[in-house]
Design a protein around this ligand. Structure first.
Ligand SMILES: Cc1ncc(COP(=O)(O)O)c(C=O)c1O
Length: 340
């Protein structure tokens, strides 16, 4: 294992030894290549550079108390990438190729998987880009699929805690029939200004309403919204949000804990009725919400009255983390275990 101060690494890029690559040309995927290069050499007219033919994924590997490595919901990430490929006309990466490449890159960089005690993990970033030249707006005929990894620190350094959010109406992240449900770079470019605005105003993150009516809750930055009330787990049903794999997993765990799960449009005003709320995603599992301010309307929806995470979010967070680290059984087959 590398000599890294694992508990202070934060969430940034840190070089590891290898990445894995696979190229698509003449209608088929080639062999998996191992590379120690951090850069790529592509044509200046590549479709990923001009027309946004770019997709990515994000998943994590965790080292358990037993020393084994667990990759969380690899197949679900492969499936989501396949949907994204269909959405922006890129060739699908099969689940088998995705699995082989993820396992390979994790094994090759096993010295960078943080130890159990650190609470850190190995972030896995698959990236698919159109590489052949086009000047007209058309899909590429050649593609490059790369997976790199980087160790990331525990999201909650000072412990699991709440954060303030702000509703931003000046910018939309995605349109109802746009690409919000796909994990493509353009959605994130569209979110940068809103995110900057939220930070300038002293908030942890921006909060989006639906782009058409500005009436319903869409997403909290790059995470899904979840609200808890009356023993019910409520999360938005919307065509413009990314189907979060963490959210899907938490819905199952909430059901197991005896909660009712509702996936439906959530009007903004309903925010005043939640006992707990959170932003969920791979980075933090759940980032509990302290309050959501609507500056235009002069409303502040205070979710956590004492500024602390609520009991349901805490229980869900602990349960999912325990499955990821192998402290609790993996009843649903979410985890790929590597003995490395
Ligand atoms: C826009 C957006 N929504 C939601 C999520 C959460 O998805 P997941 O739980 O699969 O990480 C992410 C992060 O990956 C995201 O980028």
């Amino acid at each position: 294992m590398k000599a890294i101060d694992w508990s202070n690494i934060g969430f940034g890029y840190r070089k590891t030894d290898y990445n894995v690559r696979c190229r698509y040309s003449n209608g088929k995927w080639g062999e998996i290549e191992v590379s120690s290069e951090e850069s790529i050499n592509i044509h200046m007219a590549a479709t990923c550079l001009h027309y946004g033919q770019e997709a990515f994924e994000g998943l994590k590997a965790f080292r358990g108390k037993d020393g084994k490595v667990r990759i969380f919901r690899l197949e679900a990430n492969a499936e989501r990438l396949q949907n994204t490929c269909d959405g922006i006309l890129m060739p699908q990466v099969s689940t088998e190729l995705f699995r082989n490449m993820v396992k390979k890159v994790v094994e090759l960089n096993k010295d960078y998987i943080p130890p159990y005690e650190s609470g850190a993990s190995l972030y896995i970033r698959p990236l698919l880009i159109g590489t052949s030249a086009q000047v007209g707006v058309h899909p590429a005929s050649e593609y490059l699929f790369i997976i790199f990894v980087t160790p990331v620190g525990p999201y909650f350094k000072g412990g699991f805690s709440t954060n303030p959010y702000v509703i931003i109406r000046e910018y939309d992240r995605s349109a109802p029939l746009g690409t919000g449900r796909y994990k493509v770079g353009g959605n994130y470019a569209a979110s940068l200004k809103a995110n900057q605005l939220a930070h300038e105003k002293g908030y942890s993150c921006e909060f989006y309403l639906d782009a058409k009516e500005k009436k319903y809750i869409d997403e909290c930055g790059a995470a899904n919204f979840i609200g808890i009330k009356n023993n019910t787990y409520v999360t938005p049903l919307s065509t413009s949000i990314l189907p979060s794999i963490t959210n899907r997993s938490l819905q199952q765990l909430a059901k197991d804990m005896g909660l009712t799960v509702e996936q439906r449009p959530i009007p903004e005003e309903e925010l005043s009725t939640f006992e707990e709320a959170g932003a969920c995603g791979t980075a933090a599992v759940i980032s509990p919400i302290e309050r959501i301010d609507d500056l235009e309307r002069g409303t502040s929806y205070v979710i956590s009255k004492d500024g602390k995470p609520g009991p349901v979010c805490t229980a869900l967070y602990n349960k999912l983390r325990a499955i990821q680290y192998g402290d609790e059984p993996d009843t649903y087959g979410w985890v790929t275990v590597l003995d490395i």
